[in-house]
Write a new protein. Structure first.
Length: 202
């Protein structure tokens, strides 16, 4: 992987780009940058492991289905996250050529990366960088999706075997929608890619 090339191409496409050597540095940066705002967060092992919720919830109103208050429905949390000032997500893959890919089953996470926020942060470890668009799509389908299906204990061929996408027709299938960001969308104020020089998430 070529991190410098990836950053250069992301910037050429119009994305704001930040780089941090460690997840702890990136988490501190997000904590400093986001204050007294409503914040939506998509399901993300990367952000969970960074301790982002604990930091941001101390001085922001954070809507994340994994940390919803008791008695709050998942759907209600999704809706509040959609309307938040700021939205945070990770990615399934990012190409050195600058494309950013996310696959989703419910759609809340990918929908929220397309419209309505003052700022979108896409936070990712360098392990998710692939050589080009085709390699990034392969990674999203054959590495990220099976691991997420296993985490969610889905009864899909990819979860049971853990080796690749089988393009299945299982009711438990989680790869139902693909969003590719070629450039920042106009429906969001600013899109910042936060690259971290560690292996994080799937």
């Amino acid at each position: 992987m070529n991190v410098a090339k990836t950053m250069e191409n992301l910037k050429k496409r119009g994305f704001t780009v930040s780089y941090f050597d460690t997840a702890a540095q990136a988490a501190d940066y997000l904590d400093r940058s986001i204050d007294s705002q409503s914040v939506g967060v998509g399901g993300s092992v990367t952000l969970r492991d960074m301790g982002v919720y604990e930091k941001l919830a101390a001085h922001n109103e954070v809507f994340w289905q994994w940390y919803a208050p008791e008695g709050t429905s998942q759907e209600e949390t999704y809706r509040k996250a959609e309307r938040a000032d700021v939205y945070l997500s990770s990615v399934n893959a990012i190409a050195e050529t600058g494309e950013i890919l996310n696959i989703d089953g419910t759609g809340n996470r990918v929908a929220a990366t397309l419209y309505g926020h003052k700022k979108l942060y896409l936070v990712t470890g360098i392990n998710k960088i692939a050589a080009d668009y085709d390699a990034a799509l392969w990674r999203a389908r054959n590495i990220a999706s099976p691991k997420n299906a296993q985490r969610l204990q889905k009864k899909t061929p990819c979860a049971l075997r853990g080796d690749k996408c089988y393009d299945c027709s299982s009711p438990d299938r989680i790869c139902r929608g693909l969003v590719v960001l070629w450039e920042p969308v106009k429906g969001i104020g600013e899109t910042e890619v936060v690259l971290i020089g560690e292996t994080l998430g799937y």
